[in-house]
Design a protein around this ligand. Structure first.
Ligand code: BES
Ligand code: MN
Ligand code: MN
Length: 462
């Protein structure tokens, strides 16, 4: 494509400033206190798609936050790329751990990002990555180089489970019809080693509640004589893994796909330094399922983690009390073929069976989704690979990620098309954590790589 580099070079300050404006709006979907901001973000995304040259842009209302839809159809006989992204962000807390306020974006230089990185909630996940597509579109339309049809579908509820998007996709199959789905909401290995995400894990998220006595009790008067829900809950949680860190839920591994030795050997070729990994996290050793490497543990193997646990007295000083209730939020990351609803049922049955007499247990399923794997011999993957070769000077490595974008498997089921995950983030970008950031180098690289995907996908589809 002509002039992509010079276009990016000439416009980069504007690209950065526009993203900064978008990042200033706290579009936290999980917290209703931010409702107005989430809605305002949808309006801004709509405007940006119009400016980028979409012919038809609309705000599609749902029972929750709206979906921004835009399209430019240049020729019904040409292929259609559907771009998906999300404009909502994770909550910013714990806010005190941010070195600058989460919704007042600033550019800071780091060792990994000597060109600077934008620090703000959503910088990488996913406003920054979503906006690369808007700017890539702007480049293609303004230089008359858009080679195919484009549809954009940017949602506002990804971080809370995409429940309304799932309904929207099911009833809008014709509108969303496409030849390939393109998403930038994942990462890559490093700036030197580009990679394309070929897999995502599924998810089952549950909340558990253990109830003991009907009220909080004096821990001296009653201690030792009744079940303490917090003691019991922690014991039940501990029983969910065995000494090899295998998950103990009966049937949990039944459908897990076992990779061949060859596939595992292939995976092991990706550059990875255990020493650097430990150093970056300040841990003296890694921890996980016996028999698997770190990269396997966080991609091709299922896991179970407590995400939050509470109960009893956590205020200043000490209070002697046996709480009536204890709670935990638990996520299970799943691999392809494990069905999240089935796993949720297995968890519920097993967790209830772990409860001793003297407590009541309630398991509340939250949300979930299936895992995903995509082949590397598809036109979409090959086109993406060629695009990276051109901008990175290297063939990207296919890599399965540990994260989840549950809607991707639903796209395949309902729209019958493959998704290509062109992520430009780094694991160190601190998504979902304090001090989330996105490298300016990565942002601009994304903008210059994306149009090449369109070009090669159109050429290779002929
Ligand atoms: N963009 C992430 C998922 C992701 C990040 C995948 C990096 C691969 C690499 C997405 O916004 C996300 O956070 N997903 C949630 C699940 C969702 C149902 C809340 C997740 O993975 O925890
Ligand atoms: Mn995301
Ligand atoms: Mn996220």
């Amino acid at each position: 494509m002509q002039n992509i580099d010079s276009y990016v070079e000439k416009n980069k300050d504007r690209f950065i400033n526009e993203l900064i404006e978008l990042l200033k709006i706290p579009s936290v979907s999980a917290d209703s206190a931010f409702k107005k901001d989430v809605l305002r973000t949808a309006d801004e995304v709509k405007k940006s798609l119009e400016k980028a040259g979409c012919d038809h842009v609309e705000i599609c209302e749902t029972e929750g936050y709206p979906i921004v839809y835009g399209e430019k159809i240049i020729d019904k006989n040409l292929p259609t790329v559907l771009v998906y992204g999300h404009y909502d962000v994770q909550p910013a807390d714990p806010i005190e751990l941010w070195t600058s306020p989460p919704f007042e974006p600033v550019i800071k230089k780091t060792d990994l990002h000597p060109e600077g990185a934008i620090y703000a909630r959503g910088a990488c996940d996913d406003k920054g990555q979503m906006y690369m597509h808007v700017k890539a579109m702007e480049f293609m339309t303004s230089t008359n180089q858009l080679p195919c049809n484009v549809k954009f579908m940017i949602e506002g509820e990804e971080e809370v489970g995409s429940v309304n998007l799932a309904k929207f996709v099911k009833v809008n199959q014709e509108k969303l019809k496409n030849d390939v789905i393109l998403i930038s909401d994942t990462g890559m290995i490093s700036k030197e080693t580009p990679s394309i995400t070929t897999g995502l894990r599924g998810l089952s998220y549950v909340e558990v509640e253990v109830t003991g006595p009907n009220r909080d009790l004096h821990s001296g008067l009653y201690g030792g004589a009744v079940a303490n829900p917090i003691n019991v809950l922690t014991k039940m949680i501990a029983a969910l893994h065995d000494e090899n860190n295998h998950i103990t839920i009966p049937g949990f591994y039944d459908k897990v796909e076992n990779l061949s030795d060859e596939e595992r050997a292939q995976m092991a070729k990706a550059p990875f330094s255990l020493e650097d990994y430990k150093k970056a996290l300040d841990i003296d050793d890694v921890y996980g399922e016996k028999g698997y490497t770190t990269n396997e543990r966080n991609s091709i193997r299922p896991t179970l983690d407590v995400n939050g646990i509470w109960g009893g007295y956590i205020g200043e000083g000490a209070k002697t009390v046996i709480a009536s209730k204890a709670f935990a939020k638990i996520s299970m990351r799943l691999v392809p073929h494990q069905d999240w609803e089935e796993i949720t049922e297995l968890f519920k049955k097993h967790f209830e069976s772990l409860a001793p007499k003297g407590v009541k247990v309630l398991v509340k399923p939250h949300h979930g989704g299936q895992g995903y794997v995509t082949p590397i011999d598809s036109i979409g993957y090959q086109a993406a690979s060629k695009a990276y070769e051109e901008t990175f000077g290297k063939t990207p490595i296919p890599q399965r990620s540990g994260g989840s974008i549950p809607i991707v498997s639903l796209f395949e089921q309902e729209l019958k098309s493959k998704t290509i995950l062109m992520g430009f983030g780094l694991d160190s970008d601190a998504i979902h954590s304090p001090n989330e950031h996105f490298g300016i180098w990565n942002y601009l690289k994304g903008i210059s790589t994306i149009p090449l995907f369109y070009k090669y996908f159109t050429e290779m589809s002929k």
